[in-house]
Write a protein that binds this ligand. Sequence first.
Ligand code: 13P
Ligand code: SF4
Length: 300
Amino acid sequence: PAFTDDIGAILDLKQQRNAVILAHNYQTPEIFHCVADIVGDSLALARKAMSVEADVIVLAGVHFMAETAKLLNPQRTVLIPDLRAGCSLADSITAEDIRLLRQRYPGVPVVTYVNTSAEVKAESDICCTSGNAKAVVESLGVPRVIMLPDEYLARNIAAQTDVQIIAWTGHCEVHERFTPADIRELRDSHPGVTVLAHPECPPEVVAEADFSGSTAAMSDYVGKQKPARVALMTECSMSDNVAVEHPEVEFIRPCNLCPHMKRTTLANIRTALEQNRHIVTIEPEIAGRARLAVERMLAV
Ligand code: 13P
Ligand code: SF4
């Protein structure tokens, strides 16, 4: 009953406050399917945040996603239900690290994954997501780029392009735990299974998968290819959300939980709307430079 109370209250509050809820693919099914207005991967959430006309955006996801929404639609009030919803990649690098890298590699452009703070974006030439990283790297027309902070995403993209990539040492705490042995065991115990891996997984894992792509690309793959059996090497809620839409596909679930994504709940979305908290703010000087890096990405 608490569950349905919260859903009913959130639907009412959205109308009263002229609010929309943007939810990442890793949000739990009751958020993703019952209260969200817009769902998607990081790239889709950024693009769609830009054209929101409602007064309030609640970002059901992690802090860098809420900051990106605020950067792209600064007139709206952007709320994040729990300020502790961080990301191990965003925590792996600072603005000062980038300034030092630029001294070490003068003139080499810096491509920054959106899973970073606004301060880090502000020091970057252009952002990317897992959905457009290769296109962004190749759009620069240079032989060498710095790509940070995800070492594995950088190495996975390096395997697909002639552009030389200088990587950083950040990892996603969820995806770094998958191993090639996990995939072999899956294939032994579930013959014929199609394995999809997020590009934040180590390259050895991606090499053994049948397909690698962003959360939206994995979801599209299941919708279009309709594999009889599928395993998504990614965060647990992803399979839950996609499985609901494809009852004919058997989902094997070798997942890992993201504790940051799980900070958002129906209860704190309700409180966010009731109490107008937590308001996401970005210092104007940082916001101006960070917005440029995100807008350059969206123009690719
Ligand atoms: P996507 O952009 O593929 O949705 O990934 C975001 C993320 O946090 C993956 O761990
Ligand atoms: Fe960050 Fe990994 Fe969680 Fe995505 S899944 S928010 S990259 S820690």
